[in-house]
Design a protein around this ligand. Structure first.
Ligand code: MN
Ligand code: MN
Length: 392
């Protein structure tokens, strides 16, 4: 391809990627779930009762090396979570989640504790190195090579979200695994170096590499800096909340504010004791929840009289399929904080109060078989988050 053709092709590919991200469902077809193609119900979601939508992620063992761990929630641990997988990862000082890529998912992360440094390399040789603090997020497009390392002398903890429930963090492509299984003669030719260069290299996947703590200031890459057009870092909690009411706060970022994050929207929801994120649904995305702090009652409505309530505590994961009605309520006497991820780069929701307020009195009267005057008292716009008395 000439440079011109290549540029046109890349522009076309970018437009297609943007279109599929907005359509939401297309991504899931690629992920192996045909139900979104022809609207045939997912067998897991067409039974008499709704399946569980809760998994106690932090109570699971995961993969442990030294004082670092990775615990995952995929369709294996939480079968309903077909659209999104998640991982809780802790890295000890001096340790690194080695250079790797994910063949089947993009990676979004929220830093919960400690400091993290990442490097990422995309097509075109663009590289970015970033340092993260609690409240910061990153996004790595599907297939882009990256590493994560703990900075400083405190361990770091972060929660990863992947836009594919079939994805497994333990089935990713790690550099030591690849190099360790490639014949030395081929490596020698590939790198134009003597075969002996590769003597003593790891023969299998290292996963968490351990060495000297990284320098205070990140050094330049071997090839020199070549910054990408879009940054992979966003300071979510350093920004003011998008919503702030008597009942709680919401910080949220999608691709309109964090352009590289084309397939994932992330949010932090804080609710005061008794606070409620009202009944609503998302027309274009599944929802993945991780409780950072507190205790939350999550309700889910799945049509056909099916209704399920789960109580999520710190370290638990919840999942709401696209289009399913749900609510979140703080049922403890302390504030709660929930990390929420959506597998769409554009956030969309429809709230129950907003839906009703979007209809005339006579429609509501007929629908519920009640006098029109009753509905005069209903909210005139979405409530979104209320406190324990239903006040915004
Ligand atoms: Mn990764
Ligand atoms: Mn929701």
């Amino acid at each position: 391809m000439s440079n011109l053709q290549r540029r046109d092709f890349l522009a076309g590919a970018a437009a297609f990627a943007a279109a599929t991200a907005t359509l939401g469902g297309r991504g899931r077809v690629a992920a192996g779930d045909p139900s979104f193609m022809n609207n045939v119900p997912d067998p897991l979601l067409s039974g008499k009762d709704l399946p569980t939508f809760k998994f106690a992620l932090e109570k699971s063992k995961g993969k442990v090396i030294g004082n670092s761990f990775g615990k995952e929630a995929t369709v294996e641990q939480l079968p309903i979570s077909k659209g999104i997988a998640g991982v809780s990862m802790k890295i000890e000082p001096g340790a690194m989640r080695e250079l790797h890529w994910h063949a089947t998912a993009a990676e979004w992360a929220f830093v919960d504790q400690g400091r993290v440094r990442t490097t990422v390399l995309g097509p075109g040789g663009y590289t970015e190195t970033n340092d993260f603090e609690p409240g910061d997020v990153w996004y790595f497009p599907r297939g882009h090579g990256h590493m994560l390392e703990c900075l400083g002398d405190e361990p770091c903890h972060f929660v990863l979200i992947f836009d594919n429930g079939y994805f497994s963090e333990f089935g990713t492509f790690s550099i030591t695994d690849w190099v360790g299984h490639t014949p030395k003669s081929l490596l020698a030719k590939n790198f134009s170096l003597p075969e002996s260069t590769f003597d003593g290299f790891p023969e299998s996947e290292v996963y968490f590499a351990r060495g000297a703590p990284p320098p205070q200031q990140a050094a330049d890459p071997l090839a020199g800096p070549k910054r990408p057009p879009l940054t992979h870092k966003h300071r979510l909690l350093a920004n003011p909340p998008l919503v702030s009411t008597k009942g709680g706060k919401l910080w949220m970022v999608d691709s309109t504010k964090f352009p590289i994050s084309k397939t994932i929207t992330g949010a932090i929801l804080e609710l005061v004791p008794g606070g409620l994120r009202e009944l609503h649904w998302h027309p274009t995305a599944d929802e993945w929840q991780y409780v950072l702090e507190g205790k939350v009652s999550v309700t889910m409505f799945g049509s056909g009289g099916r209704y399920r309530i789960e109580t999520l505590e710190k370290g638990d994961v919840g999942y709401i399929p696209q289009g399913y009605g749900h609510s979140l309520e703080n049922v403890s006497d302390k504030p709660c904080r929930v990390l929420i991820g959506f597998n769409s780069g554009i956030y969309e929701d429809i709230d129950l109060t907003e839906w009703m307020a979007g209809n005339p009195l006579d429609v509501l009267a007929t629908n519920f078989g009640k006098p029109a005057s009753l509905f005069e008292k209903f909210p005139r716009k979405d409530v979104f988050i209320t406190d324990k008395n239903g006040k915004q």
